[in-house]
Design a binder for this molecule. Sequence first.
Ligand SMILES: Cc1cc2nc3c(=O)[nH]c(=O)nc-3n(C[C@H](O)[C@H](O)[C@H](O)COP(=O)(O)OP(=O)(O)OC[C@H]3O[C@@H](n4cnc5c(N)ncnc54)[C@H](O)[C@@H]3O)c2cc1C
Length: 394
Amino acid sequence: MDFNYSAEDEAFRQEFRAWLEANKQFAPHRAEVLGDEGSGGWNAQVRWAKKLSEGRWLAVNWPKEYGGRSLNVMQTIIYNEELARLGLTPPMIGMGISLLGPTLIHWGTEEQKRQHLPKILKAEEIWCQGYSEPGSGSDLASLQTRAIEDGDNYVVNGQKVWTSAAHHADWIFLLTRTDPAAPKHKGISYLLVDMKSPGVTVRPLVQITGGKGFNEVFFEDVRVPKKNLVGEKNSGWQVAITTLMFERSGGGGDRGALFQVRELVNLAKKLPRGGKTAWDDAGVRQKISEFTCEAYALKYTGYRQLTRRLKGMPPGPEGSMMKLCGTELNLRMQLFAMELLGPYSQFEYHAPMAIDQGKWSFRMLAARGGTIAAGTNQIQHNIIGERVLGLPKG
Ligand SMILES: Cc1cc2nc3c(=O)[nH]c(=O)nc-3n(C[C@H](O)[C@H](O)[C@H](O)COP(=O)(O)OP(=O)(O)OC[C@H]3O[C@@H](n4cnc5c(N)ncnc54)[C@H](O)[C@@H]3O)c2cc1C
């Protein structure tokens, strides 16, 4: 591939860089990014999203006619690079910008688009994703939440779980079974449900980090107007797959690994060891060098993914490889930070004497979740085994 940026891409970079330099003081402090609850983290994310929205720097991948910037893949990479240069990420305010908006643009009725897209764009309407259930995760199509027609409504009963940000959300996009007799992929419908509807109960789940990022959501005789159906009745699987494609198609890049490597270096340089620092230990430097090589390998694998997309080819196996290798590298780096910190690794996030506010132990505890979310790593192994290596189905 061509590693040079075009003049147009460079101009785009300068425009976004200038805006970021002028507005970076509105971005959440990194500690706020980690503390999903109880530290003002959520409000800081929403404030940052509204600031980006004012500059038209939120939802940059949406088409221009819907308030986005119609960025091409290369510009998306640049957008993420410029955020990462300052140690920032796009705001984490649920699934409206990244998943539901693009899905509605593709599948929604004019009324659905008019009702929701402008509010999502201004970070005024927060969405969560109602896919997983207690018995349906990897095998999502086995979901049991039912929706039965009653006049102008569907009546929904069932339970979702691991629903990120449901406690902040105004709306949920929900997969429901509308034809129990049909083969499992064929009887599913995709509904937009107001979280304030009578019969919706949200119960937070406390994670090992102490945070409350996700929830159980219960539906008891919840009435949902039929106009909130996206796509055709019983064809919701197609709509759901569109959403999943938006979830899995990252814009290349290294999934933050190079930024994490730099932070590990900084940590090693300030930790005392035998009258010097941990960085003076050749074994430590060697380990961090290994992580650096892996992080660069991820970066260039991301570029391979990008090359396919620039050439208009369908997504290849790079997405699964990036997800698998990126989340496992992240987990190993966090575990190595624990080794470096020694007894200091025991301090919890925000504990008074903790090094770097205890963010390393928080990240170590959170890292396992990355290997599960958006398709577990075992499932990624299956995909690579079957579609890349041509191995028989397990
Ligand atoms: C941080 C985080 C955020 C999340 N946010 C959301 C959200 O907002 N909305 C939402 O709907 N869901 C969300 N999820 C749920 C997530 O999508 C599921 O956890 C995931 O799909 C796995 O499903 P499961 O937990 O039911 O595990 P299961 O599917 O029950 O898997 C259990 C174990 O069996 C393995 N396994 C299962 N099938 C196979 C197979 N065929 N071959 C080999 N191994 C297999 C899995 O890899 C896993 O180790 C989130 C999860 C996490 C960790």
